[in-house]
Design a binder for this molecule. Structure first.
Ligand SMILES: Cc1ncc(COP(=O)(O)O)c(C=O)c1O
Length: 444
């Protein structure tokens, strides 16, 4: 076995600063944690200190799950090859994934990252519709490729550039958006804002290829779309010849507990035309995918250009993917997400009665967040307090992070083996930290 020298933390940081691009940031940048091993939902630093991981949605079935690592090692010893060789793993894996999806979504393309998946989805949509434009939700992030920075307001706004083919619709956020929880039909109202955007696109003589949205906007602040929104948007998009792309890179593989895919929360009548998946798919192994309809896939084939992806769907990746599906099933991780996520949400909601700063608690399964506010009436985002919460939890060996346009939403997307005890420990600590903030705002 090859070994690498273990540097002390200061030296690792120093070397990293010298050798790695500084735009590649670390969690807890003021005092990063140096992790040397992990198991389940626990991380261990170089001194053996254990941290509870509330944010690694990639290590979906738990860090270094033995069934996954064994499947990877066994297939690596036997064969790994270019995806142009005929092999059983890719078809077994596609069959298993197809069983979790509506029958209409039946053609798979395997890739290596969520970004590759979304870039391919864009190509499929454009080829099929022969249109160019894309409608996206505000604050969305869909990946780091040039094409995806272009459709990610979260990124392109910072760069101060918006492509003429990209159009932004409001986030359907019923807590701080235009139509809130008291609105009689926020789903219709927000869907109508997409219709308005589509009408504007047409008035400029342009045509919509796709509406892109995460099934639960995560960077946008752990938003739960109002029920019925997606079906209505799909109706508007289809009416102008476009397709609906559901980005499930963060939300798929049972995280929401009640369903395998977060788009299924919108009811059986709703089915996207293209779904992209990634992060949790390989439990840390780079594995991602696009699934679409036979019709869209045919249009892509008919352009005569081969789609070749060297690593996408290789035998090792598919063996890993199959093992992840097995663990989700064998360990009843969806039921666990419902039970533990439900308990965590309940405990966080209880904190609302004691802490005026707990503005909103939202989420489903193990996709949860709470939003800190300075006041309940104006709902002014409590950005510094949220950063303080992250820092204080880290001092108590609990890793969380923030999201949302004002970084005021503390989010939970832990490995799916998160336990009731973990949930209680986290909320007990949040309770104490909030009390500390309230009694001494100067400390914030
Ligand atoms: C919703 C969503 N889509 C796509 C991506 C891009 O995935 P990757 O980083 O694997 O390229 C991300 C990454 O954070 C994401 O959150």
């Amino acid at each position: 076995m090859t070994s690498v020298e273990l540097y002390d933390k200061t030296k690792t940081l120093e070397m990293r600063k010298k050798l790695i691009g500084q735009s590649c940031r670390l969690f807890f940048s003021e005092d990063p944690i140096k992790i040397v091993r992990a198991r389940g939902q626990y991380l261990y630093d170089e001194n053996g200190v254990e941290y509870l991981d509330c944010i690694s949605n990639v290590q979906h079935v738990g860090h270094c799950h033995p069934l996954v690592t064994k499947a990877a090692a066994a297939q690596m010893e036997l064969l790994n090859a270019n995806s142009r060789f005929l092999h059983d793993n890719i078809v077994h894996y596609a069959t298993r994934l197809a069983a979790t999806l509506p029958p209409k979504l039946s053609v798979f393309y395997f890739v290596n990252s969520g970004s590759e998946a979304n870039d391919l989805a864009l190509r499929l949509a454009r080829q099929h519709t022969q249109n160019e434009d894309v409608v996206v939700l505000d604050h969305a992030y869909h990946g780091h490729l040039t094409s995806l920075i272009d459709i990610s307001p979260y990124k392109f706004r910072k760069l101060g550039r918006q492509k003429e083919w990209v159009h932004v619709a409001p986030l359907p956020d019923t807590y701080r958006g235009e139509f809130r929880e008291t609105h009689p039909d926020p789903a219709q109202a927000y869907a109508d804002t997409v219709k308005e955007v589509i009408d504007q696109v047409h008035s400029k003589g342009r045509k919509v290829a796709a509406f892109f949205a995460e099934s639960l906007p995560s960077v946008g602040g752990q938003i739960i779309m109002p029920y019925g929104y997606c079906s209505k948007v799909a109706e508007y998009v289809h009416a102008v010849g476009g397709v609906y792309v559901a980005d499930e890179v963060q939300t798929g593989f049972g995280r929401v507990g009640s369903h395998y895919w977060a788009f299924q929360l919108q009811g059986e009548a709703f089915c996207p035309d293209i779904v992209t998946m990634g992060k949790p798919m390989g439990n840390g192994h780079p594995l991602a995918c696009v699934v679409t309809t036979a019709e869209i896939a045919k249009a892509f084939t008919d352009n005569g250009v081969e789609y070749f992806n060297t690593f996408g769907g290789n035998p090792v990746s598919c063996a890993v993917g199959l093992a992840v599906l097995d663990v989700i099933e064998k360990e009843n991780l969806m039921a666990n997400a419902l039970r533990v996520g439900g308990h965590l949400k309940e405990l966080l909601t209880e904190l609302q009665s004691r802490h005026a700063m707990m503005g909103d608690v939202r989420g489903v399964g193990l996709f949860l967040g709470f939003e800190l506010v300075k006041d309940q009436t104006e709902r002014t985002p409590a950005t510094e307090e949220a950063a303080h919460m992250v820092k204080k939890l880290r001092e108590r060996q609990i890793c969380v992070s923030t999201d949302g346009p004002w970084e005021s939403v503390v989010k939970f997307k832990p490995p799916m083996c998160f336990s009731m005890v973990d949930a209680e420990r986290v909320v007990g600590n949040i309770d104490e930290i909030l009390a500390g903030i309230e009694t001494g705002m100067a400390q914030v």
